[in-house]
Every structure is written in C-alpha cells, then in structure tokens.
Design a protein around this ligand. Structure first.
Ligand code: ADP
Ligand code: MG
Length: 618
C-alpha cells in the first residue's frame, strides 16, 4: 500500500520559534517546552515554582494577581478570588446549576441557555477571560524564563471536554495573545510524555488514570499508527485530592473535639487546617507519620489511618475504571499500559490499587503533575515540524475530493461531514486503451484544484486496455474518526486496486483553513463561471475525441459527404474551444451531436455511446 506523507513545511510554522505546551488545570496550570537538548522541560520562572495555582484574585483597585499569590486570598478575600474556573469553561448556567454553591464567588446568568459569567465587584468576567488571565501569566513566565516572545501554544483539555469547552479554551488562549495550534486531550499528552504512541508501527491500548485536585477521570485510548482514539472515558468531576484533604481535616476536628459550628465561623483557622491537611497528605510520599500544631491544635495522623480514611474514595475511582473498560468493550488483560497522571496519584494507596486492578505496574516515573504539560510540549514540537512522527488530533473543516478533467475539483466528502464517513463515485477513462489513471486528492472549497490544497497523488496502474469509457473506476473516500483519509481506487472489470492514506488536518493551521473558507466565498462567483467554462470545454474535447474515433472506425458505413460534413462540425467545435465562450462551445457540441446522431444510431456501438456519457478523470 502506497503511503503519502504530507509535507510539514506547508504549515506556516517557523522552525526557530518555540511552541509551548500548556496544561491548563482545574487546580494547577503549568507550561513546558522542548529544550535545546530536545527534551521536554517544565518552566520554572525565577524559582517561582513550576505549578501555577489556577487562581485569580482581583483587588479593589483593579489589580490582578494569578497563582500562589492569588491563592492566599482564598481565605482573606474569597468573593474576589476565583478558583476552579475550568469547571465553568464553555458551560451554561443550566450545566452547573446543581453545584453553583460550591463556588465562593458569584456565578451568574439571567439567561440559563447562555454561558455563565462570574461577578467580581461590579464587573462581570467570563470564564474565558478568567482562563485567559491564567494563560497570560503562563505565557509571561515562559517569555521571561526563555527570554523570547512566545506566541504559539498547544493547550490540553480533558478527553471528555465537548466542542463548546474546547472552543472556550481556544478563545481563552486567543485572549492571552496565544495562537492555539492544537487542543490536545490530556491523556494523549500524558502518553506522549512516556513515548507511547510515538512509534508509528505500534498498536497499543492504554489506560490513563488522572486524579487531580478536584477531578478524576480515566480514559481508555487506542493508539494505532500514531493516532490516538479515545475509546471511553469515565470519572467523577467532584472527586480528587481536595477530598483527601477534607478527610484529614475532619479527622483532626474529631480527634481534637473541635466544635464544628464554631470552626465554620472561623474561616481563617479552617483554611489553615485545610492547608495543613494537604501538607500532611503530601508528606506521606516520604514519611509515615505527620505530627504538627496549628495554634494549640494537634495535627497528628499516620499513613495507615490516612489510607483508611480515603479508601472508599479510591475504590470509587476503581469502579470508574471498571466502567470505562466496559464501555470500551475491553477486559483488564487487553490493556497494554497504564499511565498515572495528576498530583494525587502520588498517594501510595492510589498507586497500589490501580496497579492491582490493572494487574500490571503503572507508569509513574514522570512527575504526575507535570506529565501532561511535558506531553503537550512534545505535541507542540511535532507541530513545529521538528519530528518526523505524524500525529493527528483534529479533522479539517474542508471538503475532500479529486481532480477531474480540466483541473476541476470534484468533491467527494463535503466539508462539515460528520466523521467517520464514507463516500464514493464512479469514473471512467477518456482515452482508448488508457492503462493508467492519475488520481489527485485535494482539500478545499474552490472549484479549481489549483486553488485548493493537494494532499496526495497516485496512479491506478494496470487497467486493462479498453475503449474509452468502458473501464469502471470506483473511487472511495473513507475518513475515519481520527481524520485519516483512505482513498481507494478500483477498476471494477479487472479488479485492479490502489490505495493511499493521507491526513488532511496535518500541517495546516486553523488560520489557513479559515482563509481557504473565506477565499471560497470571495471567489464563489468567478469560480462558478470558470467551472462552467471548463466543463463545457471538457465536454467539447470529449465530443471531438469521440467523433474523430467514430469517423476513423466507421468510415465504411458513411458516405463521403457525410464524412466531410462531420469533419466541418468537428472543426467548428474545435475552434470554439479556445473562445472562452461556454455558450458557444455548448452550441457547437449540440450541432455536432445533432448532425451525427443518425449515423451513430446506424452503427450503434455500446462502447462509444458509453464514452459520450462517461465522466472521465483524464
Ligand atoms: P489538576 O490537574 O486538577 O489541576 P494536579 O494534577 O495539579 O491537579 O493535582 C493537584 C492535587 O495533587 C492536589 O490535591 C494536591 O494536594 C495533590 N498532590 C500534590 N502532591 C501530592 C502528594 N505528594 N501526595 C498526594 N497528593 C498530592
Ligand atoms: Mg490535570
């Protein structure tokens, strides 16, 4: 099977410019890039830390802070401190109504159908703007650390994000001054960080277990030829490390006989204990007992107790894994690799339970709260054309078709078709004895292929010599869910076959797609005129060819005057072909047709009548 790779250089990406990978998380966000040693690396700007808490604070004077500094205001100024904004991205009020009181800030909308907003002081912010502020902070940190402008990024989202949430993420990037080259699924990025899926030859089924601060999801992915397909996702958008912190907090409240009602009044103490609880939890990664004081409250807990406290929650995540496998129609034995993602997978009990469930060691060598950003950086590097690996994550919004006579685009799969999709059409040859047929595959909306983007070209060879119009060549386009287009050409009489695979979304940016769509509108009128002229010309040429062959083969059945008269009509048609006047051409076609019809009937030959009707490629 012939394979055609698309030239990476067709994207307008400049090789030198760094494209960063961004993990825009519910709890923490971070940015990574490919360092000069060609390794992915997280950015730690001026020692401020790698993780940027996804928190935005607005002060009275309009000052905005993002990250750790903003996180401090969660206690002292909760109404003006926005956290977990990712939960609101691309959501309508109806979507979040059930959990609106979990936010300490005001989430509002009077129109339940439209997207939510957040009220801070007397200003309204959309989740897109708020996420944009986090992205801007990341962009600035990257620029500062790398000492170069950063304008292009790959941003990750959970696999279960819908179109509206993905679009909102893109828009947030735009607001931050970033050109978002791709939205990539978090589990896909995590796999890439482990090098899974980089080998084009391998086929693997993997599970990605992601336990973050407030959300849990598990995705089952099938990787084939470097293409990631999400087979299923499952999880709980309100289960994460915060629950573990809360469990410890409640344990201390109990151990110290604290009055819950009084504590609820004392917000600062509550928050301090919560943070201490998180500290205790994290300490179990390297010690088995935690013993500290907050004021005169003893904060003591050992790892075994902690594990008992969180066991039910961890088991809940394992149930989700069972469901994900079921939805994917797979058994545990069919999973080749398990990848651990999210800060909370550092918890020993979580690792043990997951490994036990999948009956295999899990991938946990890479820092679980950095792994997604590192993978995003690898994806960015691939898009920049720095790697030969071909990866595809989107499907283009452009029509797919082939070149027919006169350089016209014959659309086979129209744009905006749902994928996967299949479509085909039958073609024939235009010349007697034609044994090769060139098939050129294009993408775009213009009527002339030269204005569109060429994806592939191949020859269907070995068509048995037959009169023009007799071969039946089926061209089938099969666009799978991953955006891979398989083009198959079969000559039905001889069963001669040729196939080619291309990746239409590869090496083309969204801006280029937009431009192509815009052009198709701008030039619609001209295109139609041109198409009609070319179609008329093609029909005329076919008619000349057929009529000349007819004379050649059948002159025995015709009188001399009939032959010379036919030749006159043919010449008139030939002359009209260069006129650029489609009506004139069609008139001459009709005249020749009318004159020769009685002879044709006389010596009717099926093959020739076929040729007159047949649509040909070349
Ligand atoms: P998100 O993807 O939701 O933004 P992260 O992947 O950054 O979240 O995970 C944040 C969570 O990881 C927090 O609840 C944090 O307490 C937890 N976490 C970080 N380090 C550890 C650790 N050593 N042990 C247990 N949990 C940890
Ligand atoms: Mg995450």
């Amino acid at each position: 099977m012939a394979k055609v790779s698309i030239n990476l250089a067709t994207g307008s990406l400049q090789k030198e410019e760094i494209i960063v990978g961004i993990d825009l998380g519910t709890t923490n966000s971070l940015v990574a890039f490919i360092n000069p040693d060609k390794n992915p690396q997280v950015i730690n700007d001026a020692g401020k830390g790698v993780l940027v808490p996804s928190v935005v604070h607005f002060d009275q004077t309009g000052g905005i802070t993002v990250g750790n500094e903003a996180k401090n205001y969660l206690i002292t100024d909760p109404q003006n401190t926005i956290f977990s904004v990712k939960r609101l991205l691309g959501r309508s009020y109806a979507d979040i109504e059930n959990y609106k009181n979990l936010f300490s800030y005001k989430v509002i909308d009077d129109n339940t159908e439209s997207l939510v907003k957040v009220k801070v002081g007397d200003r309204f912010y959309t989740p897109i703007e708020l996420s944009g502020l986090i992205l801007k902070e990341l962009k600035e940190r990257a620029e500062h650390a790398l000492k170069t402008p950063v304008t292009r990024a790959v941003i990750t989202v959970p696999a279960y994000f819908n179109d509206s949430q993905r679009q909102a993420t893109r828009d947030a990037g735009k607001l931050a001054g970033l050109d978002v080259l791709r939205i990539v699924n978090e589990p896909t990025a995590a796999s890439l960080a482990y090098g899974i899926g980089l080998n084009q030859e391998e086929t693997k089924t993997i599970a990605v277990y992601d336990l973050g601060g407030g959300t849990f999801d598990v995705s089952i992915l099938q990787i084939q030829n470097g293409i990631f397909e999400v087979l299923s996702t499952n999880g709980d958008t309100f289960l994460g490390g915060d629950d573990f912190d809360r469990a410890i907090f409640e344990y201390w409240v109990q151990q110290n006989n604290l009055n819950a009602a009084e504590l609820a009044e004392n917000r600062e103490l509550t928050q301090e204990l919560r943070l201490k609880a998180e500290e205790a939890k994290k300490s179990f990664s390297h010690q088995s007992i935690f013993n500290e004081k907050v004021g005169d409250i003893w904060c003591t807990i050992d790892r075994d107790t902690f594990e008992q406290l969180i066991l039910a929650k961890v088991e809940q995540t394992i149930n989700a894994c069972t469901n994900a496998l079921k939805d994917a129609g797979l058994t545990v034995e069919q999973i080749d690799e398990v990848v651990m993602v999210g800060g909370s997978t550092r918890t020993a009990l979580v690792k043990r339970k997951v490994a036990e469930f999948f009956k295999r060691p899990v991938h946990d060598d890479i820092n679980p709260d950095e792994v997604v950003a590192l993978g995003a950086a690898i994806q960015a590097d691939i898009l920049a054309g720095n790697r030969k690996d071909i990866l595809l994550l989107d499907v283009t919004a452009l029509s797919l078709g082939i070149e027919t006579m006169g350089g016209l685009m014959d659309v086979i799969i129209p744009r905006n078709s749902k994928v996967p999709t299949k479509a085909g059409r039958q073609y024939t040859t235009s010349v007697d004895g034609q044994v090769n047929m060139k098939i050129s595959v294009y993408q775009g909306e213009r009527d002339l292929v030269k204005e569109n983007r060429k994806l592939a070209e191949f020859d269907l060879k070995g068509i048995p010599a037959m009169p023009a119009g007799l071969p039946k060549v089926d061209i089938n386009f099969l666009l799978n869910a991953d955006g891979i287009l398989k083009v198959q050409a079969i000559e039905l009489r001889s069963n001669t076959k040729q196939e080619v695979e291309v990746k239409p979304a590869y090496g083309i940016t969204d801006e280029q797609v937009e431009q192509m769509l815009m052009d198709s509108i701008t030039y619609a009128q001209d295109d139609v005129q041109q198409r009609m002229l070319i179609e008329a010309r093609t029909e005329g040429e076919q008619m000349v060819y057929t009529a000349e062959r007819f004379l050649e083969k059948n002159n025995a059945y015709l009188s001399i005057p009939e032959i010379t008269e036919t030749q006159k009509y043919i010449q008139a048609l030939k002359d009209s072909l260069t006129s650029g006047d489609k009506d004139l051409i069609l008139k001459k076609v009709d005249e020749l047709n009318d004159y020769t019809r009685p002879f044709a009937e006389r010596v009717m030959d099926m093959a020739i009548s076929q040729a007159m009707k047949g649509k040909s490629i070349e």
